[in-house]
Design a protein around this ligand. Structure first.
Ligand code: NAD
Ligand code: MG
Length: 332
């Protein structure tokens, strides 16, 4: 960490003293902090990332971030931590790409050890994430496997705890989205795969993890603007996201008395492999996010800090909340 990247206030800056002692110790720190703080400047969020039209592209499910054009930004070069999750132990499903990868990078830079789950064919994306976690001096645990299998979900939690030593942040982020113009085009196998991935897997994983989660732990689910405003071609997917929003609120009530917070993130149109591997039609992809007030798709990097905020101990009164990030549209 360079001097300019150091957190503005640290325990050392504040010191253990009070009154005059505190003022005396804070004043030079303030001056030093002000000097070393880099001017971030103002940036128009509408112009921050590529806008539509995007290039038509398609990959076999579940797709790779490394194969997308333009490559999504997960915060690889931009996210700067300040120790907000020091010593925490996180498991993130779908941690290889998209929102899960942005969360994994941000968590590691905030001082957490991170285990990621992904589908076995996503190994190339996952390897990049593990390398980035390790580059922060944190423990990175890779656990490939299919979340549609209850036994694997149980093993996943056991292997994460084994690799991390314990668990106090659980991010149920993996999701399956396949667009179909008509309900008549959705087979029972399709419906089953979407439901298993988006509803059953979090159910199985949370059940396996709960006995290990101490007070102060957090569960975060990735829902969607689709939970509130479903698209006609996402009949099956959208209802699973409504279920996600609902389990977040139900579990927050159930687990609040145990000191475990449960919150959700509701993204809008975000540039991820899910969209180029069956999640969106080519017509939709070309104009992706263009209808939002910001006029473009969001990038996973723009959500990393939200996953941090919901996990951080200073957000201790936030539970049962859903935090939206949809470029001005959407209703969390
Ligand atoms: P993504 O493709 O990068 O991530 C989804 C991940 O889910 C994959 O990387 C994969 O690892 C995992 N996954 C899916 N099926 C699996 C299975 N059977 N076994 C193991 N892993 C499996 O895309 P993303 O958009 O970052 O998706 C993350 C979450 O965000 C999902 O829950 C998605 O529904 C939600 N979301 C996405 C958008 C968007 O526009 N991209 C909008 C709202 C919500
Ligand atoms: Mg992926």
């Amino acid at each position: 960490m360079t001097a300019s990247e150091k957190p503005f206030f640290t325990r050392q800056h504040i010191g253990g003293s009070a009154g005059v002692g505190l003022a005396a110790s804070v004043a030079p720190a303030l001056a030093q902090g002000a000097k070393s703080m880099k001017d971030q400047g103002l940036q128009n969020p509408a112009d921050k990332y590529p806008k539509p039209p995007y290039k038509k592209q398609s990959q076999p499910w579940p797709g790779l971030a490394s194969g997308m054009e333009p490559r999504p930004d997960h915060g690889e070069t931009s996210y700067k931590g300040s120790g907000r999750l020091a010593g925490r132990k996180a498991l993130i499903t779908g941690g290889d790409s998209g929102m899960g990868r942005a969360a994994a990078i941000a968590y590691a830079r905030e001082g957490a050890d991170v285990a990621i789950n992904y589908f076995p064919t996503e190994e190339p994306d996952a390897k990049e994430v593990i390398d980035l976690i390790k580059a922060e001096g944190r423990v990175g645990v890779a656990i490939p496997g299919d979340l549609r299998d209850e036994k694997f979900c149980q093993e996943l939690v056991a292997r994460a705890i084994d690799g991390l030593g314990s668990l106090d942040i659980l991010v149920c982020n993996a999701g399956r989205q396949q667009a179909h113009d008509s309900i008549l085009d959705i087979s029972s196998e399709d419906f089953d795969a979407t439901t298993k991935t988006n509803i059953y897997a979090p159910f199985w994983i949370i059940k396996a993890a709960l006995p290990h989660l101490k007070p102060g732990s957090v569960i975060i689910g990735t829902t969607s603007e689709q939970a509130y405003d479903p698209s006609p071609d996402l009949y099956d997917y959208a209802q699973t996201k409504a279920a996600t929003m609902n389990y977040i609120k139900a579990l927050a009530k159930q687990l609040g008395p145990k000191g475990i917070r449960v919150n959700g993130v509701a993204p809008g149109p975000i540039w991820t492999p899910l969209q180029v591997s069956g999640g969106a039609s080519m017509e939709k992809l070309e104009k992706f996010g263009g209808q939002t007030p910001l006029g473009r798709a969001g990038q996973p990097a723009e959500l990393g800090s939200i996953y941090v905020q919901l996990a951080a101990a200073d957000a201790s009164y936030a539970t049962g909340q859903v935090y939206g990030s949809a470029g001005g549209s959407g209703q969390p």
